[in-house]
Design a binder for this molecule. Structure first.
Ligand code: ATP
Ligand code: MG
Ligand code: MG
Ligand code: MG
Length: 459
């Protein structure tokens, strides 16, 4: 089954079960300054769950474009290292707003997987939250799941969109890719491997977490599910890695051609093929590279892609050339991408030309520093110099260092950054407190790397 057919089969299945097909929303959440990007199918429905946005339907289904490259769900560092993570992916979802709950959500998911898609039951593994007797009973007594392939877990089975917002216990379904792949079942010590790949998460939405961390009950218990289209396509197409599915073949070929590097299994090519999707869609949704907020996340992804091209020996701008291949692959399903393609290519080319001026020198400095390194930590001064003089985002330097098993002195980097801010403050003729003014206009300014780990809030 091709990816497009899976997407259609999913939407049709849920439409037959009384769900309204809702078109996919923007990657920039219109209603939510607390969230960097749309990171799940439920995001456009957040206010519906909260009871603040009445709709003419209580059941909905969608194929939602998502980006996970910052904030609570950040998979940027996984790309190129796992078979299953992208910065951009499509999440297929079905939603109940105070209508059906656990029983139907589980039954729908099981029917779709085992009947519509025809997946063998013995390859499917299931987890529920440690506290959830009801979900366990449904899986065991009604569905008849083999207890061998069932477990109760804690944090992994509590889903939340961000630090605040709708959340609840969940039930996850995994596909076993077989003993040729390393990794243990969910909950085991080796669960980080890629043998048992999570394909679908059913969230039993019950709470709204507020800024103090308190869980307030939602007006009505609801359902939010998310299934990664690319992961299911890998299962249906009998391949292990998402990067081997139909959708990625032409993109990888295009990346191979543009960089002059033929082996499409090379991790750097996969990173580039991944990054063109998030970058192109973010630009189509109105984000432009900049030094703050969402624009800085986009700039970081673009620069990372360029660095990987550089690593493969590309000497000219190449990244913008992939827009046509992406359009050929996804433009039909996403007219907004097709419409914006010339603009996307222009923005990318400009960013490539700009970064090209410093990339070579920066890489020279970094390579020299790595060669002279004693121990395995790169100094904060070097990381800062790369950032400040050569435009290397922190995570780009980290990406290079990871390839050589070197870590970064993050604290040292922060100190340098802070010292630079002090200098800027001292130099300001009005003597204004620069950092205080940033906090005041809370929504748009990027405060640097104060919260490297969690940039879910655009502060
Ligand atoms: P994982 O544990 O593999 O990182 P997750 O638990 O973070 O996945 P959820 O937040 O539950 O994922 O999202 C719902 C579904 O979306 C997942 O079951 C998976 O199929 C898909 N998905 C999540 N993250 C990614 C990603 N980075 N790339 C592709 N698909 C993803
Ligand atoms: Mg994850
Ligand atoms: Mg998970
Ligand atoms: Mg999950």
């Amino acid at each position: 089954m091709r990816s497009a057919e899976i997407r259609q089969a999913f939407l049709s299945f849920f439409e037959e079960q009384g769900h309204t097909i809702v078109p996919t929303g923007s990657l920039v959440p219109g209603n939510d300054p607390t969230l960097l990007f749309t990171n799940a199918g439920m995001v456009p429905f957040k206010d519906v769950f909260l009871g603040r946005d009445p709709r003419p339907y209580v059941r909905a289904t969608s194929a939602q474009r998502c980006v996970r490259a910052g904030g609570k769900h950040n998979d940027l560092d996984n790309v190129g290292y796992t078979a299953r993570h992208h910065t951009f992916f499509e999440m297929l979802g079905n939603f109940s707003f105070g209508d059906y709950f656990k029983h139907d959500a589980i039954r729908f998911a099981w029917t779709f997987l085992t009947e519509t898609l025809g997946l063998p039951k013995e390859k499917l593994w299931v987890t529920v939250h440690i506290s959830d007797d009801e979900a366990e009973r449904i899986w065991k007594d009604e569905i008849g799941i083999d207890p061998e392939r069932f477990s109760r877990l804690d944090e992994d089975n509590f889903w939340q969109m961000g630090d605040t917002g709708p959340c609840g216990p969940s039930s996850e379904i995994f596909f076993d890719h077989g003993p040729d792949v390393w990794g243990g079942p969910p909950g085991s010590a080796d669960e980080d491997g890629d043998r048992y790949i999570e394909i679908w998460n059913l969230v039993f939405m019950q709470f709204d977490r507020d800024a103090q961390g308190t869980l307030n009950p939602l007006p009505k218990p609801s359902i939010d599910t998310g299934m990664g289209l690319e992961r299911v396509a890998a299962v249906m197409q009998g391949v292990h890695s998402n990067y081997e599915i139909d959708l990625f073949q032409n993109l990888l070929q295009a990346a191979a051609k543009a960089t002059g590097h033929a082996d499409t299994a090379t991790p750097s090519l996969r990173v580039i093929a991944d990054h063109i999707r998030s970058c192109a869609f973010l630009i189509a949704d109105g984000v432009l590279p900049s030094n703050e907020g969402r624009g800085y996340v986009l700039r970081r992804i673009i620069r990372r892609a360029i660095r990987h091209g550089h690593k493969l020996g590309a000497t000219k701008p190449f990244f913008h050339m992939l827009v046509d291949a992406l359009d050929a692959e996804m433009g039909k399903a996403y007219p907004e991408l097709r419409e914006a393609r010339a603009q996307i290519a222009r923005v990318l080319l400009k960013e490539e030309e700009q970064f090209a001026r410093t990339l070579d020198h920066g890489m020279g400095l970094l390579n020299a520093a790595l060669e002279e390194l004693e121990g395995n930590m790169l100094s904060g001064e070097t990381v800062f110099k790369l950032y400040d003089t050569y435009g290397f985002p922190f995570d780009l330097t980290a990406d290079v260092c990871r390839e050589r098993n070197v870590t970064l002195d993050e604290e040292g980097f922060q100190r340098e950054l802070e010292a630079q801010r002090e200098r800027a403050r001292a130099a300001s003729q009005f003597g204004a407190d620069y950092s205080a003014s940033i906090e005041l206009d809370g929504e748009t300014s990027f405060t640097g790397y104060d919260r490297l780990e969690d940039q879910s809030t655009v502060t």
